[in-house]
Design a protein around this ligand. Structure first.
Ligand code: URA
Length: 489
């Protein structure tokens, strides 16, 4: 902390703690609305006993501060970073955003890059906390009670406490870290001050349990030793009873199992913002607003990031929006993103996307020149162990997502739409149609849009018999050649 008398700036802001985002936000709003420049502000943290009163200007009447909503989300995450310069840095970003509203979209801007790097570090640290906190039983007047010691790199206890409440609701537990502690008594969560490692227990009879647990869930894919070390840095090994098992498990691993698991779909990146938001109900969900004034596909895509029009956003990693030129002549519509699309945030990049790309290529259709999107923009799946199994969106989900499709079409104004499969046809035509029967036909909508009907490329993937597969591929190629002809017509 910088003593007040050495602070030569015009305004000093005293925050109540390292994670006092509400205090920062209020001060930043007042200062920005009074045109106080970043270099005129000193930011400090002090405990209540020696914290001077903040003397900040009032908000001028009728003044409004307009910054992109997503900035607040980004700032809240970056605020947990251990960088002592973050308060000033975030204010500088806020300051710039008033006159550069697209700043967050400029990936090459040093401030935007710094914000992203800080957020990544915080999310990664949170992921580590979820994975590596180990509770140990402690004696507490005959009642069961658990305590854990954890050393985060950033100020992440508050934002992750709720995760542990959900995971260990039935236990009484305390997580101690050097800067803060979280305590759950079965009903109430309390955030307290930091502790010393000596305050946490070292050994107990839950050690054996953890070891058994680890042996049972051991996954040979972890044997990518580098990846394993990256995921479980040595720093955390000290606190993990199972770490002593790792060499044996490495020696006993079976190559086939490794290959099999490497082929499996991945579970969603646990550090993703979506997953964070799910574990953190205090955060307000973006509204399912009808007042989006996007004038470009890129603005529409940004708006869709916070889509809550149906419940699928809860389990998906992110919105997977359409991609392609704003003035494409043809829009291809698939069903919904799959596992890989959900992780990558891009449509048709997984196995079905590879088939689609190859056949488009054979047909002479340049994917860069067409727009590719999905009827439903969030991945719907059933978890099965580590895998996420595709689950067909229902009519309500298709209907909810038509809001986005309609706006994509209104902006792009294509000459032709291609419905890849039944869900796309339902979305585009507003009614279920027999795709195999109508395949190859063009249906004209009331608004004049022509919709070409064909199968979904994943249908080809699901055929095992080689000659049938080849025949189906040839039929789909024929359909894509017809699309190309219609494009040129
Ligand atoms: N299937 C779809 O319908 N869309 C994708 O983006 C990927 C697979």
């Amino acid at each position: 902390m910088q003593p007040a008398e050495l602070d030569l700036t015009r305004y000093s802001v005293w925050l109540e703690g390292e994670t006092d985002f509400a205090g920062w936000r209020d001060a930043a709003r007042r200062l920005a609305l009074n045109e106080i420049r970043p270099e005129d502000i000193g930011w400090h943290v002090a405990a209540s006993s020696d914290r001077p009163q903040n003397d900040l200007p009032e908000v001028p009447r009728d003044a409004q501060l307009v910054v992109p909503r997503e900035f607040i989300d980004h700032a809240e995450t970056a605020f947990c970073h251990c960088d002592p310069g973050r308060f000033a840095f975030l204010y500088r970003m806020l300051w710039r955003l008033r006159t550069e509203p697209r700043l967050l979209a400029i990936a090459s801007d040093p401030d935007t890059r710094r914000l992203e790097t800080m957020e990544k570090a915080v999310r990664r640290d949170s992921h580590k906390m979820h994975a590596f906190v180990r509770f140990r039983k402690i004696a507490d007047g005959g009642e069961e009670r658990y305590a854990a010691w954890f050393e985060p790199d950033h100020f992440i206890v508050e934002r992750n406490a709720d995760f542990f409440v959900r995971r260990f609701t039935g236990m009484r537990w305390t997580i101690l870290t050097p800067y803060a502690s979280a305590d759950w008594d079965g009903e109430r969560l309390a955030i307290g001050p930091g502790a010393a490692k000596a305050d946490a227990p070292d050994q107990d009879d839950t050690e054996a349990l953890w070891r058994t647990y680890f042996e049972n869930i051991f996954n040979p894919a972890r044997l990518k030793v580098k990846a394993m070390q990256k995921e479980m840095p040595k720093k955390y090994w000290r606190n993990l009873p199972e770490a002593s098992l790792i060499p044996d498990l490495i020696a006993g691993a079976d190559k086939a199992a490794i290959e099999m698991i490497a082929r499996m779909p991945t579970t969603p990146a646990p550090h993703h913002a979506k997953v964070q938001a799910k574990h953190w109900p205090m955060r307000e969900p973006a509204e399912a607003t009808d007042e989006i004034s996007a004038e470009t596909i890129s603005e529409l895509r940004d708006a869709a990031k916070g889509c809550r029009r149906c419940p699928l956003w809860r389990d998906a990693t992110q919105t997977v929006f359409g991609e392609g030129p704003d003035n494409a002549k043809v829009v291809f519509v698939g069903e919904q993103p799959g596992d890989q699309e959900d992780l990558a945030g891009k449509p048709f990049v997984g196995p079905a996307g590879k088939v689609f790309d190859a056949i488009l290529d054979d047909a002479g259709v340049d994917r860069q020149k067409v727009y590719v999107t999905n009827a439903v923009k969030h991945f719907k799946f059933e978890p099965r162990g580590k895998r996420r199994i595709h689950s067909k969106p229902n009519a309500g989900e298709v209907q909810a997502c038509r809001w986005w499709i309609d706006r994509e079409f209104a902006l792009i104004k294509p000459e032709l739409a291609v419905a890849l499969g039944a869900t796309a046809a339902l979305s585009l035509l507003g009614k279920a149609i027999p795709v195999t029967k109508m395949r190859g036909q063009v249906v004209e909508r009331e608004d004049g849009l022509r919709v070409f009907i064909t199968i979904h490329p994943s249908f080809i993937l699901r055929i095992h018999e080689p000659s049938e597969k080849e025949a189906e591929r040839a039929r789909f190629l024929q359909d894509m050649r017809e699309v190309k002809r219609l494009m040129a017509a």
